[in-house]
Design a protein around this ligand. Structure first.
Ligand SMILES: *Cc1c(COP(=O)(O)O)cnc(C)c1O
Length: 379
């Protein structure tokens, strides 16, 4: 197919994991988040790479993702972040997955299956410390835990919660962390054993030591993307994803010629245009029309006109010696220039997560630096 491709550098994933580990210290366990096909990077190869590096757990959104990981031979604990339906209790038990629990109905269903199979089911209790989303509201957490404790067959591993504004609001983030801490302490005073508690996403894990507890749950930073610009000083991450294509056509246009749908760009001088076989259907945001840039021969070339479904036009007037077939870097580095997912996201009015998820799910992937896995946790 004449389009683009995504390259995933697994050595960057290894580098990021090690850098995060070095920052948080050896006591803190790491639960990389590999939901959404590892943010578009490919759940299985990324998970195998992380486990080989010593990841202690993995986190996904759905039961189906957990099953896929088990079928690939991955044996570390797998947490289902979004919770499950009571009807999925049996599946969770047979695949040894670890659900989060925030309703008594689910807790009872899991307890019943555990007793039936005579096998305890590991769970986390999910507390809403004010994200206003999933979880037992923090004011009701202790009474929930008291009831949960009475149910047989449930192996409560710890508490979990999620931060709403870790990137932007330290005061509120500290508040969520201290609420979480208080509940853990109260629960321990009631004789509830909580071994692994976790609340930190990338933004919190890299900024707030007090958010670490026993386990951190980084997603974005594992893939080498910074949750905030300020963190560039604190840790050196390597972006693992690149998106590339090749020029399929070149033309020289005189002044006053409209380019693409709607003629949203009109040449003001003689302009050399390169046509790229990628567009919004490949995850290159349409909002980059007349705004985005790509790298050709290590130089920036601006998008001209509207990004089409499968084509994008760029200005190469200033770039010499270009032929059809020349490689174009849309995400990633070339020569001394780099285009990051954050840069694209900012220009497109979205977040970096959105960019890598879209590119990763819509383009063929090539893996670079895939070393054969030696870890006994992967069969
Ligand atoms: C996605 C997710 C994370 C990871 O967040 P990043 O910002 O990508 O580090 C952690 N915890 C939960 C519950 C999540 O849904």
């Amino acid at each position: 197919m004449l389009s683009g491709w995504v390259e995933i550098d697994l050595s960057a994933i290894r580098h990021n994991f090690k850098a995060i580990k070095a920052l948080v210290g050896p006591e803190v366990k790491i639960m990389p988040v590999v939901k959404a096909d590892a943010y578009g990077h490919g759940m299985i190869p990324v998970s195998e790479t992380l486990i080989a590096e010593g990841a202690d757990f993995l986190a996904v959104s759905y039961v189906e993702e957990g099953i896929e990981l088990r079928k690939a031979g991955i044996s570390v604990p797998i947490i289902i972040l979004l919770g499950i339906f009571p009807k999925d209790a049996k599946t969770v038990s047979s695949y040894k997955l670890t659900p989060v629990v925030y309703s008594m109905e689910l807790a009872r269903a899991l307890s019943d299956i555990a007793r039936e199979n005579k096998k305890d089911i590991p769970i986390y209790a999910k507390i809403d410390t004010d994200m206003g989303r999933l979880g037992i509201f923090y004011k009701e957490a202790i009474s929930f835990l008291k009831t949960l404790k009475k149910l047989p067959g449930l192996d409560l591993k710890g508490l979990t919660s999620h931060l709403a504004v870790a990137e932007t609001n330290p005061i509120f983030t500290e508040k969520q962390i201290s609420r979480f801490k208080k509940i853990i302490e109260e629960a321990k005073n009631l004789g509830i054993n909580l071994k692994y508690n976790h609340i930190a996403n990338s933004a919190a894990a890299l900024q707030y030591k007090e958010s670490h507890f026993q386990v951190i749950r980084p997603g974005l930073s594992i893939y080498g993307i910074y949750p905030t610009d300020a963190l560039h000083e604190k840790i050196a991450l390597k972006q693992a994803m690149r998106f590339k294509t090749k020029i399929i056509y070149l033309k020289k246009l005189p002044p006053k010629i409209g380019i693409g749908y709607g003629h949203t760009f009109v040449t003001d001088k003689e302009t050399k245009v390169a046509i790229l076989p990628i567009g919004y259907d490949h995850g290159f945001p349409r909002s980059l029309s007349n705004k985005g840039e790509v790298l050709i021969k290590g130089m920036r070339a601006r998008v001209l006109g509207t990004v089409c479904m499968h084509l994008t036009m760029v200005d190469i007037t200033q770039i010499p010696d270009i032929d059809v077939g020349e490689e174009v870097v849309i995400l990633g580095g070339q020569g001394k220039e780099v285009i990051t997912a954050e840069e694209i996201a900012k220009k497109a009015g979205t977040i970096s997560y959105d960019i890598v998820c879209a590119l990763g799910s819509r383009n063929p992937k090539k893996y670079l630096n895939n070393t054969k896995c030696q870890n006994p946790n992967v069969k």
